[in-house]
Design a protein around this ligand. Structure first.
Ligand code: 13P
Ligand code: ZN
Ligand code: NA
Length: 283
């Protein structure tokens, strides 16, 4: 049975560690993430974006993750990442997802509150907790690109009001991180993170962790981040593994051979990220 995000994020908040949230696109990535979690006895969140959902369907991800989780001893959460409508969040909950994000960060403030609140009202009845975002994470996630100059950092006072009015259970914040890799070293506004952490009581989420130096992720966790989202680095690792195998052998035609190599690379990476989150042994 899949776990809800409630207990694991609370535990992370109290224990001053973070839970890694890893975006999966295919079966091999799902397996890699769960194997890593089992070996390190770490709680884990597997998440899919709307573009992955269009690729394979909510049921496919639910079935893959729950099949893999059947014999797992660690808590495994299946989360909808950057849900872009009430409807998709509702469908995810109905498909068996145990956690959802509604991303209304592009909307006007009041509309973001209203949308997030409607998802909370629906999901709470199903025992599913909701993440929402205030401010804008830069870069490109799915097909939604945020230009550098439009990046709007989360305002701590507004965050308090947003959480109160929407009723969400975790908050994705904008402190300078961006989806995808970075040109140079990213600048994170740690002062702002501190202020948000002091003002807001629910667990805070860091998006765009691919490409952020490990020390900076660790520092963010010390300052109150409880969930760290990794996507791009997993894609890169999977593809690196596949490429290594197919480049070396033109006659290779068995997808199992190269997909297994991709899976190994993802597992190795996820284990490293779990150590950075300090979630090993916290299952
Ligand atoms: P990265 O692709 O930069 O790791 O961002 C992941 C993310 O925020 C998923 O929601
Ligand atoms: Zn994100
Ligand atoms: Na990133």
């Amino acid at each position: 049975k899949l776990a809800s995000s409630k207990t694991i994020l609370k535990k992370a908040q109290e224990g001053n560690f973070a839970v890694g949230a890893f975006n999966a696109e295919n079966m091999e990535m799902v397996q890699a993430i769960i194997e890593a979690a089992e070996e390190l006895q770490s709680p884990v969140i597997i998440q899919t974006t709307p573009s992955s959902v269009s690729y394979a369907g909510l049921k496919m991800y639910y079935n893959m993750v729950s099949a893999e989780a059947e014999n797992a001893t660690v808590p495994i959460v299946l989360h909808l990442d950057h849900g872009n409508s009430f409807q998709l969040c509702k469908e995810a909950v109905e498909a068996g997802y145990t956690s959802v994000m509604i991303d209304g960060s592009k909307l006007a403030y009041e509309e973001n509150i209203e949308l997030s609140k409607s998802v909370v009202q629906f999901s709470t009845k199903a025992g599913v907790e909701v993440e929402a975002e205030l401010g804008t994470v830069g870069g490109k996630e799915d097909n939604h690109e945020v230009a550098g100059k439009d990046i709007l950092y989360t305002n701590p006072q507004q965050a308090v009001e947003f959480v109160e009015k929407s009723g969400i259970q975790s908050l994705a914040i904008a402190i300078g991180s961006a989806h995808g890799f970075y040109k140079g070293i990213p600048k994170l506004d740690f002062e702002r993170l501190k202020e948000i952490q002091m003002a807001v009581t629910i667990p805070l989420v860091l998006h765009g962790a691919s490409g952020i130096p490990d020390e900076m992720v660790r520092h963010s966790i010390e300052l109150g981040i409880c969930k760290v989202n990794y996507a791009t680095e997993l894609r890169a690792a999977f593809t690196k593994g596949v490429r290594k195998v197919i480049e070396n052998d033109n006659t290779l035609i068995d997808p199992k051979k190269y997909n297994a190599a991709g899976r190994e690379e993802v597992k190795k990476l996820v284990k490293e990220k779990m150590q950075i989150c300090n979630s090993q042994g916290k299952a």
